[in-house]
Design a protein around this ligand. Structure first.
Ligand SMILES: [Zn+2]
Length: 505
């Protein structure tokens, strides 16, 4: 997620550095554990920088896939009494996707969870992905993060934030990290922030319980463990930075193997249609270069395709659609999408994903009519109960189709309903802004843009957009007075948040 450590850490250090004297630091240390709200503040501070990273990705389809697993695990943790109500209420519980192709996932302070596309692409099932998330979730619920941070009690929170971001950057790019921190501090910084062996074993134990309680197949745990062991054997930590932050110590391996023996009789988990398709999506989004787009098409056209199982074919066809679409060969992309849809017809969840892909393609090809047809089919399937509701991705695709198709008013209405209970959904604000702009409602469009920045905790950018909106309102002839007064109110609130943010340091 953070491929440019040097620039990154410097930028972050500047962005997080206190604007004024050190004396305004909140008391973090003094041997007292950081409070839940202080941990959340630190997490917000780190998340704000991640959202600005060019590799940050809000892909509604993959996001929904990961978020679904995350919600099931959280429900299981709650049932098992592993998730204290105060933690559940105060933390963000938000998954942040990174375009990085390396295999990594990391828990951050305040309930934020980072997942690289490389992890989604390398796992063979939803259950394997869930096993990693369950382990990370357990680091959060067991408050391991705050225990590590408390060891840094003599450091200012902004510096701890910069250290965590620095460690993430180093994990993503070990070569550059060596050059980055003068005097070999990189290893020291990372060492200070690593979980202890006991914490790792605890996260394995608690995570395993949460995983199985959530109804995931325990073989997912075994499968993931085998992948990590194999990478470990080849010392493949470049592609598996996850191994560097979660080393397979002898004790961990012994613990894991004793659990594995319980499963020894079990056969390997079968690859599912939906996972094959979404792993292909992760792979394609992480590798958007022309060569890999072409390679995906070639694989679908190759002779080996007939030797593959239908599930494998589904992954290959899905990748071919994205490959052709990326090359702007829309007719070819549509042919592959139709083949995919025919292939997965009998699997309701996969069929719904194939249609969503078709809608996305139709929008890219500026074919809103086809997009509408596919959206209707999805709505019908959902209503009939034969498909899993893909709420957020479906809403977003529908909003884009409607905005393109002269129904921007309907799009705005649906997005407003969605945002009423999810004001931190930046992409929804962005789509709402586009829907307003399409109707010529400039003032509202600019305000929605401000809300998009606020949702990503970038209050300075939000304030700039609100100022631009106020300027528009002053100059405008037919000003929407209600909207103008909302803008004034939001400006005052955002100013206040900015001042609080400065004081937090
Ligand atoms: Zn761990």
């Amino acid at each position: 997620m953070l491929p440019k450590p040097l620039a990154w850490v410097l930028l972050v250090a500047q962005a997080l550095a206190p604007a004024w004297s050190q004396s305004s630091l909140p008391s973090l240390g003094d041997g007292v554990e950081m409070s839940i709200s202080a941990e959340r503040q630190l997490g917000d501070r780190i998340a704000r920088e991640l959202y600005r990273d060019p590799d940050y990705l809000d892909d509604a389809i993959l996001g929904e896939y990961v978020q679904d697993i995350w919600q099931r695990l959280m429900a299981a943790a709650r049932q098992r009494g592993e998730l204290p109500p105060e933690l559940e209420e105060r933390f963000a519980w938000s998954v942040v996707l990174g375009r990085d192709r390396s295999v990594n996932a990391f828990a951050l302070p305040g309930g934020y969870m980072g997942v690289h596309l490389g992890l989604i692409a390398v796992v063979s099932s939803e259950d394997e992905l869930a096993s990693v998330l369950a382990h990370e979730l357990s680091h959060v619920t067991q408050r391991h993060i705050v225990r590590i941070i408390s060891r840094q009690s003599d450091q200012a929170p902004w510096l701890i934030g910069a250290m965590i971001l620095g460690a993430l950057a180093a994990a993503s790019n070990p070569g550059a990290a060596g050059a980055m921190i003068v005097g070999g501090q990189a290893a020291a910084v990372q060492g200070q922030l690593n979980f202890s062996r006991d914490m790792e074993r605890e996260a394995d134990r608690v995570g395993y319980g949460v995983l199985t309680q959530a109804g995931f197949d325990a073989r997912g745990f075994v499968g993931m463990f085998e992948k990590l062991q194999q990478a470990n054997r080849f010392n493949d930590t470049g592609a598996f930075p996850y191994l560097r932050s979660h080393p397979l110590t002898t004790e961990r391996i012994a613990d894991l193997q004793s659990r594995q023996q319980l499963q020894a009789h079990a056969a390997a988990l079968p690859l599912t249609m939906v996972h094959a398709m979404l792993a292909a999506r992760a792979r394609m989004l992480a590798n958007p270069e022309v060569d890999s787009l072409r390679a995906a098409l070639q694989q679908a056209q190759g002779e080996t395709i007939v030797t593959m199982s239908p599930v494998q074919q589904a992954g290959v066809f899905y990748a071919a659609v994205l490959g052709a679409q990326g090359l702007r060969e829309f007719e070819q992309a549509q042919r592959w999408q139709e083949r995919l849809e025919a292939l997965v017809r009998s699997d309701a969840r996969a069929a719904s994903q194939a249609r969503l892909l078709g809608v996305e393609l139709a929008l890219a090809a500026a074919n809103p009519r086809r997009a509408s047809t596919l959206l209707e089919a999805t709505a019908t399937a959902t209503a009939a109960g034969s498909g899993k509701t893909a709420t957020r991705s479906l809403l977003f695709l529908r909003a884009r189709a409607w905005t393109q198709n002269g129904q921007a008013r309907d799009a705005a209405e649906q997005l407003q309903i969605w945002l009423a209970s999810r004001s931190r959904d930046a992409q929804a604000w962005q789509l709402l802004s586009a829907a307003y702009a399409a109707q010529g409602q400039t003032l509202r469009a600019v305000r929605a843009e401000a809300e998009m920045h606020a949702a990503h905790l970038d209050y300075a950018a939000a304030r700039d957009r609100l100022r631009a909106a106020q300027e528009l309102a002053r100059q405008g002839a037919n000003v929407d007075h209600i909207e103008a007064s909302i803008i004034d109110t939001r400006s005052r609130q955002i100013e206040l948040l900015l001042r609080e943010q400065a004081l937090e340091r």
